[in-house]
Design a protein around this ligand. Sequence first.
Ligand code: B12
Length: 473
Amino acid sequence: MRVLFVEPPKEFWFIMGKYIPPPYGILALAGYLERELPDVEICVVDSQSEGLDWVGLENRIRENHPDLIAPSSMSTANAFLSLRTAELAKKVDKRIVTVLGGQHFTATATETLNKYPEVDYIILGEGEITLVELVKFLMLKKDPVKISGVASRSEGGIRINERRDLICDLDTLPYPAYHRVADQMSGYYFSLMAEKESHFAIIEGSRGCNYRCSYCSQSPFWDHTQRNKTPGRIVDEIEHLNREYGSSFFWFTDDHFLLGEYASTVSDEIIRRGLKIKWFCQARCDDINKYKDSLPRLWKSGCIWMLVGFDTPNPSTLKNFRRGDLNRDIAKDAVLNLRENNILSQGTFIIGERDDDRASIQVLREYDDWLDPDIATFMVLTPYPGTEVYEEAKEKGWIEDENWAHYDMIHAIMPTKHLTRGEVQEEIHRCYSDFFGNWDRRLRGVRSKNLYVSRTYRYLAKQALLNGLRSLF
Ligand code: B12
């Protein structure tokens, strides 16, 4: 049995500068499959780092003769790439079994199987165990239709089976199969955060989140629970990547990186082992303030960048988003605490909530200016399948753009009560141009002693971001 994992060719998200990330999701799956079924022949093709276009990928599929193809699928915005890979596989050889998975296809399994005959199976939820079961069944030439966690076509139509239980202990997972892309490890980079020589790697400390923000697809996907690897295990993985491949910049995938004792233990362990690395994580404002005393340790161990959700200054919107425990003072303290510790603060803001009008978005702009995080990322409220926002928008007929490729948080998908979609699109551009167009902020940014701040502002000085946004009108 030959299984081919594919990262399809794709564009980068210009908001964050240029980058080529390792295809973490399929590396995690490949690592698990090779441990459980060592007789299966596995290959990983990363079109991005190998510089393959669709013709190049087609050739690789032909050369590889896979029995099963599993394209990566990280977000709704990229779903069309997974579908195109499945279509390509069928074009090369109709007998290749095509399997999709991940958040988008879990939430849209029925629609996808109805619309796209090139997709044979969808794996719902956590991928590892179900993929192994599916491969086992196919090897034994048994019909996988009844496997838990599988969606497929059957005689009666589309069959969506119950999802299986989540893996209790993430430490039992093998290391992701970075060795399958060993030749490309030196080519992964993230221009703003990690120069090419940093050898950018992705690391997964936890899965899921206990909070229930109404717009987030991660929390429902992972059953509203958070499971963490132990700090020792996380640092083992970091050390392995650092020693084996020279990786020295790590992006934690965690939606809610646990500050406090947990993060302090990870940091102490990085320091104790003498690992010279830098890292990024996503944390909550209240945690940053509560555990501000641990920030110097985090910084010492290499934490240079934190992404923090500020969303909006509007208390009723925060309540609708289920972020009612956040407010202006908490947000401001978080920015100051990060700045005091030289950790770059990247604040995210959301516009396009149903009640938004020009005035409320202007209030948000004044708020982000006052908060003054080192950099700001503005996002349009996007109805991701699987979320409450999606269910409500669908029921009420608010969704005007059904092209999933536009679900990247910078395209306006829905109007508000007071603004058309085009007007929301203009507003997001204005948020970026007001924040980054402010000369005082630009000069401070370019001259900042914090290398990452100055690098970001130099990227902005080239106007790549604002030009990119303007092209969306
Ligand atoms: C790292 C990351 C990035 C990196 C890129 C990483 C990469 N490999 O390309 C960067 C920063 C560039 C990025 C950009 C974007 N990202 Co991003 N990103 C992530 C992050 C933090 C980690 C992804 C990851 O590796 N997770 C760990 C793996 C193991 O989990 P997983 O992918 O879900 O895979 C498991 C299952 O889903 C399943 N599975 C997944 N794929 C497949 C495929 C098959 C065949 C099978 C069988 C199973 C399967 O099995 C896996 C193991 O159980 C996630 C949040 C998160 N915690 O996952 C957001 C996330 C995926 N990103 C998101 C978004 C929206 C984006 C952007 C569109 C915009 C934005 N605002 O960030 C851009 C898109 C860029 C582009 N054009 O490609 C959203 C997607 C929401 C959605 N429903 O679509 C997420 C979930 C963040 C969030 N909380 O909302 N991202």
